[in-house]
Ligand binder design. Structure first.
Ligand SMILES: *[C@@H]1O[C@H](CO)[C@@H](O)[C@H](O)[C@H]1NC(C)=O
Length: 292
């Protein structure tokens, strides 16, 4: 039979061992609680794009008081980032000669920054919209330069551009492009962007298109299409990629690195609806990461 004292000592040793392992476990939990968020954070402050990149921002927001403030802030605090801003007063330039005073002052303030150029939004209805209406829209943007110096656009963003080839569609887009390149009211470089939102047929090759938006879809879809985008034959400056519905918690830095492999012009947002009618919670992080 053990002496009662021996039993007591053994129990004390057991308690001590138990105490030590509890302390080790607790310390591990605390350490992980610090290390994991730090690692996540670090993975997000690592450089974004691996090659020169620019933001292509669909700014479909009315410039009411303070509405464009997140953009003005981003532009002035990130002067090494280039912004190509798509202005869109009324699903196009609208019917009247000018876009209205709110737009005139907001756009002028925007283009006063050296790292901003604007392009005017024009819908083409996948090559079905009356071409004369399209040309009139281009003409209205071109005349903005006469209303105020800072109002002049530097190009046109043709939304709903066709992705499938037909001779008619090819001709239609070529006519639209020519109007832009010949508009003296549009500033150099008279950047022409086509947005089919997907990779167009290789046969649909419209002369003088500068940039094609080869992807405009959700993050989930981007993960599926990455390989196909990587196989594109053109150079990065020929392409734009726009990703919406980026899940919160997803590494924006990593996504930007993926996107920048295929395209120079980029946009992403965590918004999963009304993607372009507000600045999402990811806006500031996105712009910050574009700086690297
Ligand atoms: C931004 O644009 C300017 C003027 O076009 C150019 O010189 C500069 O290299 C661009 N910066 C980046 C990071 O692409």
């Amino acid at each position: 039979m053990e002496a009662p004292q021996e039993v007591l000592r053994r129990a004390q040793r057991r308690r001590k061992r138990c105490c030590i392992s509890t302390a080790v476990a607790a310390a591990t939990v605390v350490l992980l609680a610090i290390v994991i968020p730090c690692a996540l954070l670090l993975s997000d402050i690592q450089p974004g794009p691996t090659q020169p990149a620019a933001i292509l921002l669909p700014l479909y927001i009315y410039p009411s008081r303070n509405a464009w403030e997140p953009l003005f802030n981003a532009v002035s605090t990130n002067q090494e980032v280039n912004f190509t801003v798509i202005v869109n007063p009324d699903s196009g330039p609208g019917q009247s000669a000018g876009p209205g005073n709110d737009y005139v002052s907001a756009i002028s303030r925007l283009t006063a920054a050296p790292n901003v150029q604007t392009v005017g939004y024009v819908r083409t209805g996948y090559g079905t919209r009356d071409i004369d209406t399209v040309l009139r829209d281009v003409d209205i943007y071109s005349r903005w330069s006469q209303l105020a110096n800072g109002l002049a656009v530097s190009g046109i963003f043709f939304d709903e551009a066709p992705h499938d080839y037909s001779q008619q569609k090819q001709q239609y887009m070529a006519t639209a492009n020519q109007a832009v390149k010949e508009s003296t009211g549009i500033r150099e470089p008279r950047l022409i962007i086509h947005n089919p939102g997907t990779i167009p047929d290789a046969t649909l090759d419209v002369d003088s298109t500068d940039v094609t938006v080869v992807f405009e879809n959700s993050f989930q879809e981007f993960e599926r299409k990455k390989e196909a985008l990587r196989a594109l034959s053109g150079d990065r400056p020929d392409y734009s990629v726009m990703v919406h519905s980026v899940p919160t918690g997803e590494s924006i830095g990593k996504l930007l690195r993926d996107m920048s492999r295929e395209a120079k012009y980029m946009f992403l947002t965590t918004a999963d609806e009304g993607y372009y009618d507000h600045f999402s919670s990811s806006w500031a992080t996105f712009v910050d990461l574009m700086r690297s």
